[in-house]
Design a protein around this ligand. Sequence first.
Ligand code: GLA
Length: 685
Amino acid sequence: MIARIDGETLCLILQRGDDGLAHLVWFGPKNNDVMARAPHFQRLPASPDVPVGPTLHPAHGHGFHNIAQVEAHCHKTRRLLRLKPPEFAASDRQITLNSHDESLGVRVVTTMTFRGDALAVTCCLHNDGETSIDVTRAASLLIPTPDWASRLVTWAGAWGREGHYTERDWSTGRIEQLGRAGRPGFDGGPTLSLLETGANVAHGRWLTAHLAWSGAFRLAAERATDGSGQLLAERLLAPGEIRLEPGASLVLPETVVALSYEGSNGVSRVYHDIIRSEGLRVKRLVHFNTWEARYFDVTEEKCISLAKQAAELGAERFVLDDGWFKGRHNDETSLGDWSADEAKFPNGLMPLIDAVHAEGMEFGLWLEPEMVSPDSDLCRDHPDWVLGWPEAELATGRNQLVLDLSLPAVREHLFLTIAALLDAYPISYVKWDCNRDLYPATSGGVASLGLQTEGLYELLDRLRIAYKVQIESCASGGGRIDAGIASRTDRFWASDTTDAIDRLRVQRAASFAMPTERLGCHIGPSPNPMTGREISMEFRVLAALFGHMGIEANPAHFNDNDKAILMRGLEISKAHRDWMGDGQLLNLSEPGDDPDLQMLVSAGGDQALLRIMRVNTPVRPLQPRIRLAGLDQQSHYELVELALRGDPMVWPLGNFMGRGLMHDGLVLDSARALTGRLIHLRKTE
Ligand code: GLA
């Protein structure tokens, strides 16, 4: 029996083998599938008599010692789940695999669906039986790995320093990308890639799994000594967390798999397409954010003055960050008490909002709804609403505790509180922060790791249905960037560092799976508050230009020259942002290379931007050529340099043929440390 589904350029074929198991015989380009064969496993004297090779829905009990897809047992008798090999069928773009344990009455249904070239895989467990089932592990994705996979890529990081590309060998054994903290974290989140040796941004095969889940997760690649490998993605289940009662189901988060034969740029294209297709199209208004301008020192008067300066520079939305609510003067108090501080905003927020509107800007507000300060009215009124152990001293993080979102009363309270703010004030945007991990992730001592994420999703979904408000996902910077939250929000704050050099790395890593227009990229102060580095305004503006731009510094500290450069940069962004929001991102340099080279090519291919960011003085004086990508070989392109310095102007570089630009390239690197260039390409014929 064979089942086949087709994506845009890829296809996937399953076949039932002589062993009765479901084998993945092909996942790759459509025209190569004629070579597809079920895997052959050589029988060795020490192996099971019927050798078990890589299969979909692997289960223990056949001599298979790798990872099983589901681990569960009957709560009463402790009898282990024993799933039969699945029945499978294909319809349209979807394959469904159905596997049963008739004795326990458990069904496991896995679906694999092509959306474009993204393969979305998910799984659901149903208890049709009469006894409770304890589930200890359940993977939404578990597929055999291709034999060419020999390298593994993740991104390492920590607060304010996300996005370090990490590539290593993967031959045998297991490598995990694990997040236990209850939010995806700064360490690359729920993404893992397998590569062939030598693959890079533009060449070679990449297979990437990304789990659409904003809680604790595990992704793993494991290859046994028999040569069989598996790629796994799962929501992490805490002990005792999932008891499936008769009639109940457990829906696991979706994993999105991308396969590219054209390097990581091809993987990014698949993710960007699917994230864009599932989100709302919103105008990327230029932000002004008060955080690095004033931190907690915000008042009506100071903010109105900031709003005027921000509007003069070209900001289109004013976001009032932390510090605006009752008693909040530092990070030690007040989370949970979401009403305007009477000393700072004696007339509520309306005078500020009116001033913001008078300047032609929209208004946005910072909230951290999932959290509560022990020193707050909310915590004093509802000490039982926090995650933790009953009667135990609770560990704080940034002086705060986590509200227990598994409790319906907490979710209701948060919905009503946020709804009251949105009803009282014309707020078009919420910066939704989450500044600590979940520890202990227990609701009164009972594991509540995933319930917390489910509670958050329910709250966000309810708000999105009730209000037309855009939401930014921020978690101490880039601590919550994943496709699960992406479908419920409009933008990410990729890092708390606004240092432009760090930002090149951070934004490149975040844009691996997320489209650049979703990434908040702000021009911060110089010297930078986190790194102390002094970086020119020109470099800072260029570093932010491929994302959703904003200003996050006190304009009073900018000199006139800097203001002119910044305003010119914002004008360029506004002139190009519509097509950039659909454009394809192409990295021309490898992570960490200097210069950092990126292009954004419009969906129709009629225009593009090339950005060259040189951080250090090059070792060699001979300038290598920069070879472009994504152009039409036969077409001609007019190249102009969009200069930021001096009067608004363009510097014509000439007309060139796509083929020449891609094969021969041009010498464009300025070779001077901390300089950047921005070139616009327009197809002329
Ligand atoms: C987090 C965010 C920052 C800022 C502060 C406010 O660190 O990432 O951007 O909003 O909280 O406390």
